[in-house]
Design a protein around this ligand. Structure first.
Ligand code: 5AD
Ligand code: SF4
Length: 496
């Protein structure tokens, strides 16, 4: 496997750390895009913290500002250029180092625009050079020269970077990178390279370490998680089997056995690669959540063909039928693009039809955005903006009405939720999620954080449910009291 260990980079981390020692320097990171990018940002944070920068959310007090960009849709570009306009004044006032990395930097026209309109940046790095960030930073600090470090390659697997995670309960673990599918609307294969999977041993050891650190929920990440190790097998690239892992299904089964981990999620699988062994693994593994995110993109077979998705409307619906038969309590979420070139009203009706039939738990809806370099961008039959927006609103209405109906069905039911912490909008309440990823808020003590508890749903709201803790969680109450006063616990449990 083309795996890179980062020994040289770790040396450069030490060099920058000693340059920065005692200076009380701060960094601020702005992340755009998907969970994979967020996981990359956690690695950037790990590197920066190892280089003696501490984190701040305040751009004005940062000595180093890092943008981790996304280019899947156009609005991310507007966001980057807007923010760059804002940070220019900090650069001018105090010489803040500005570094821009991620997917967008793999696009030549964007880097050209940066050089022309925002020439004050210090470092540009791409998706294949994230691990070079300490070296690039060291060179900027020593030579005060701007650095462009972007490679146009298929990509490697990088192991051994430090990581600083935001959350203490839930962690993301990237299992593979890149994409071989070339959906005709999507820029990802051009900016993230070809599919490459991490060694089973590296993934399993990372999850075991997370379990030891007290993490309870793991989300496995990849552009196409269910083709994990496919490229390696097809190309005869050697990998070491570890704990029986030689596919995505066997990886799920191996992670399911790790003590301490209570929930496993994964994003995103591709419907065309959803094999029976994966369905069986979801069914059999009690820790694997029964919510499956299955990107639909369009409900029209005609549009799906032009999108190069390699499945039809019926195949998608049949797959869901099969999954529902096999997996009790299955719930589904999806991604949908409206207004792909050539999409007719009738094609769009097919999308509405699939949404009505499947009754998704959650739908992530996107208006088609032209991406330079993709086949979709070259198509002549682009859908006018006003029609795209009209269709988007219609889809949104349908989705929201379905969610409202589903929410009502939750009221009165008992749900297992993993308590994640205090609610960001109401500090008096705890927040957690159901297996189906619904947010639940409830009253409770801090010692419930990180615990799996049974709650009864008492009311529903559009984007969350309200719950109350069930008496079956008595062991947790005992624990609280134990912490307050050891002796009372015995008496209390005795009475119960
Ligand atoms: N325009 C709109 N949405 C897109 N996506 C990917 N490319 C585009 C595009 N050009 C959506 C897809 C994908 C999700 C991550 O982003 O629905 O599943
Ligand atoms: Fe993009 Fe399609 Fe690859 Fe997903 S499968 S990353 S949508 S090209």
């Amino acid at each position: 496997m083309a795996k890179i260990e980062v020994n040289k980079q770790l040396e450069d981390i030490k060099k920058v750390a000693s340059l920065n020692e005692g200076k009380n320097l701060k960094y601020c990171i702005l992340t755009m895009g998907c969970q994979l990018n967020e996981n990359d940002s956690e690695k950037l944070c790990g590197m920066m913290e190892s280089m003696n920068y501490s984190k701040t959310e305040n751009l004005s007090e940062a000595n180093l500002i890092v943008f981790n960009t996304c280019c899947v849709r156009e609005n991310a570009e507007d966001k980057l250029f807007g923010k760059l306009g804002e940070v220019k004044k900090y650069k001018e006032a105090k010489g803040t180092i500005i570094a821009i990395g991620g997917c967008m930097m793999q696009e030549k026209h964007i880097v050209d625009k940066l050089k022309q309109s925002y020439p004050f940046f210090d470092i540009v790095f791409g998706t294949h050079t994230l691990q070079e960030f300490p070296t690039d930073l060291y060179n900027v600090l020593c030579n005060k020269k701007r650095i462009e470090d972007v490679l146009d390659i298929d990509g490697d697997v990088i192991e051994g970077l430090p990581i600083s995670r935001d959350d203490k309960i839930k962690a993301s673990v990237t299992i593979m990178n890149g994409c071989n599918n070339f959906c005709s609307y999507c820029i990802v294969p051009y900016v993230r390279g070809r599919e490459r999977s991490r060694e089973p041993k590296d993934i399993i050891n990372e999850v075991k370490k997370l379990a030891e650190q007290g993490y309870k929920e793991i989300t496995l990440l990849g552009q196409n998680v269910n083709s994990y190790l496919r490229n390696e097998k097809e190309k005869g690239i050697e990998f070491e089997q570890y704990e029986g892992v030689n596919s995505f299904a066997t990886l799920l089964r191996a992670i399911n056995k790790i003590d301490g981990i209570e929930r496993i999620r994964f994003v995103s699988p591709h419907p065309k690669d959803f094999t029976d062994d994966v369905i069986e693994a979801i069914r059999d593994c009690e820790k694997v959540c029964k919510l499956v995110h299955l990107p639909l993109q369009s409900g029209s077979s005609e549009v799906l063909k032009v999108m190069n998705r390699k499945y039809t409307k019926d195949q998608y619906l049949n797959l869901i039928e099969k999954m529902k038969k096999e997996i009790p309590n299955l719930t589904l979420s999806t991604d949908i693009i409206v207004g792909f070139p050539g999409e007719t009203e009738e094609n769009f009706e097919d999308t509405l039809d699939v949404v009505s039939k499947v009754n998704f738990e959650q739908v992530y809806m996107f208006i088609y955005s032209r991406r330079v370099g993709t086949p979709g961008d070259k198509m002549e039959n682009q859908v006018p903006e006003n029609i795209k927006h009209k269709r988007f609103d219609k889809l949104k209405q349908l989705v929201e009405s379905q969610i409202a109906e589903r929410n009502k069905e939750y009221v009165g039911t008992v749900q297992k939720i993993l308590i994640e912490g205090r609610s960001k909008t109401n500090n008096n309440m705890l927040t957690g999620r159901t297996d189906s990823n619904k947010v639940v808020i409830l009253e409770g003590n801090d010692n419930l954080i990180g615990k799996m508890v049974e709650i009864k749903v008492i009311s529903e709201h559009m984007w969350y449910l309200k719950g109350e803790i069930k008496w079956q969680n008595i062991h947790l109450w005992c624990n609280t009291i134990y912490k307050l006063k050891k002796n009372i616990k015995i008496v209390f449990c005795f009475i119960v």
